[in-house]
Ligand binder design. Structure first.
Ligand code: SIN
Length: 306
C-alpha cells in the first residue's frame, strides 16, 4: 500500500497530522519509530511559542475542540530535529506558520536548505487572536504563495481550511494552480466553533472566549467533500493529503475514493496514541484486499455516482 505525495514515497497510506504530539523531539522520535508513513512536524514560527492559555484542548464525544495557538520550538529547532530524524529514512514534513507575511518566505527558505522532504505551509490556523486565516483571504493567499513557491527544489504544499461554497473552491484552486504548489492538505480544523459546559455555564476552552477548531468525527464529511472537490478542480498533478475525522480503515478508504493520495491522523492519535497508525493501516489494507485493489492509485478517486 505504498503511495506518493509530490515526490515523496510513503510506505503506507497513513501518517500523523501536524499539531498532535509532534512539538518536542521525543514526540517526533516516537512518530519516526511508529507505523506512521511520514513524520509531520508541528507548525512552526520564527521564534519559539508557548501558545494560548490553558485549558486549550478538550476531547468531545466524537472529536475535540482546541485553540492551541501554535505552541512550537521555533523553526531552527525543527531544522536541527530533522537532521537527527533523517536516519529513520521516512519522509519528514515541515509545517510552516507565521505571524506576519514575511515569516513564511523566511522559514520556507530555511527548510529548503534542510533535511526535510516536503514543506507544508499552514494557511489555515484559526487560533491566533486578531490574525485571520490566510486561505480565506484570496488576495493575501495569492501574494503569499508567490513569495514562497519558488525558493528551492523541495515540494511545497499548503494546508487549507474547509471551504463550503463552490465559488470559493474554484477561486482558491485557480490560485493554487497558478503557483508552484505540489500538494495540498485538507482540511484543518473547522475554526471558531463553540463547546459549552452547561453545569459551569462556560465554554470548554479558555482562548478566544471559548472559540476553537473542531476536529474528529464531526468534520469527516466536510473533509471528504473538500478532498473530492479539490481532486476534481486540481487534477492529478497536485497530490492531496486528506485529514479530518479518520478513525478507521474504512474512513481512510472513503478518503481514497474521494481522491486522497494519503491521509493524516490527528484527533484519534491524541486519543488512542501511537498504535493508531498500525491499526488504521491494517484495517485499510484489509479493505483494499477484500475489494481487490492492488494499489492505492488503482482506487484513488474511484467514487461512483448513484
Ligand atoms: C494550533 O496550534 O492552534 C493548531 C494549529 C492549526 O490549527 O493550524
Amino acid at each position: 500500500m505504498k503511495t506518493k505525495v509530490a515526490n515523496a514515497e510513503l510506505n503506507s497510506y497513513v501518517c500523523n497530522a501536524s499539531g498532535i504530539k509532534d512539538v518536542a523531539y521525543e514526540e517526533l522520535k516516537a512518530i519516526a519509530e511508529s507505523n506512521s508513513a511520514a513524520i509531520v512536524m508541528k507548525s512552526c514560527t520564527p521564534e519559539p511559542r508557548s501558545g494560548n492559555e490553558e485549558p486549550r484542548y478538550m476531547r468531545l464525544p466524537f472529536g475535540a475542540i482546541q485553540s492551541m495557538g501554535l505552541p512550537n520550538l521555533g523553526y531552527k529547532e525543527y531544522i536541527r530535529i530533522a537532521a537527527e530524524l533523517k536516519k529513520y529514512r521516512k519522509p519528514i514534513i515541515a509545517s510552516v506558520a507565521g505571524l506576519s507575511p514575511d515569516d513564511f518566505p523566511k522559514i520556507v527558505r530555511a527548510f529548503q536548505n534542510s533535511d526535510v522532504n516536503l514543506i507544508e505551509v499552514n494557511l489555515s490556523c484559526p487560533n491566533l487572536e486578531g490574525k485571520p486565516q490566510i486561505a480565506y483571504d484570496f488576495n493575501a493567499a495569492d501574494e503569499l504563495l508567490g513569495s514562497i513557491s519558488n525558493l528551492g527544489y523541495k515540494p511545497i504544499g499548503i494546508k487549507l481550511p474547509p471551504y463550503y461554497d463552490l465559488a470559493h473552491f474554484k477561486k482558491i484552486a485557480d490560485i493554487i494552480k497558478s503557483h508552484n504548489i505540489s500538494f495540498i492538505t485538507c482540511i484543518n480544523s473547522v475554526g471558531n466553533t463553540l463547546a459549552i459546559d452547561p453545569e459551569n455555564e462556560t465554554p470548554l476552552i479558555k482562548p478566544k472566549s471559548g472559540l476553537g477548531g473542531l476536529s474528529g468525527g464531526y468534520i469527516k464529511n466536510i473533509a471528504l467533500a473538500n478532498v473530492k472537490i479539490f481532486r476534481e478542480l486540481l487534477g492529478n498533478r497536485i497530490s492531496i493529503f486528506g485529514v479530518g475525522g479518520i478513525n478507521s480503515g474504512t474512513d481512510a478508504f472513503e478518503f481514497l475514493l474521494a481522491g486522497a493520495d494519503a491521509v493524516q491522523i490527528g484527533t484519534v492519535f491524541e486519543k488512542e496514541g501511537i498504535h493508531c497508525f498500525r491499526r488504521i493501516n491494517e484495517e485499510f489494507e484489509s479493505i483494499m484486499k477484500r475489494k481487490g485493489y492492488g494499489s492505492v492509485l488503482e482506487a484513488r478517486g474511484n467514487l461512483k455516482y448513484l
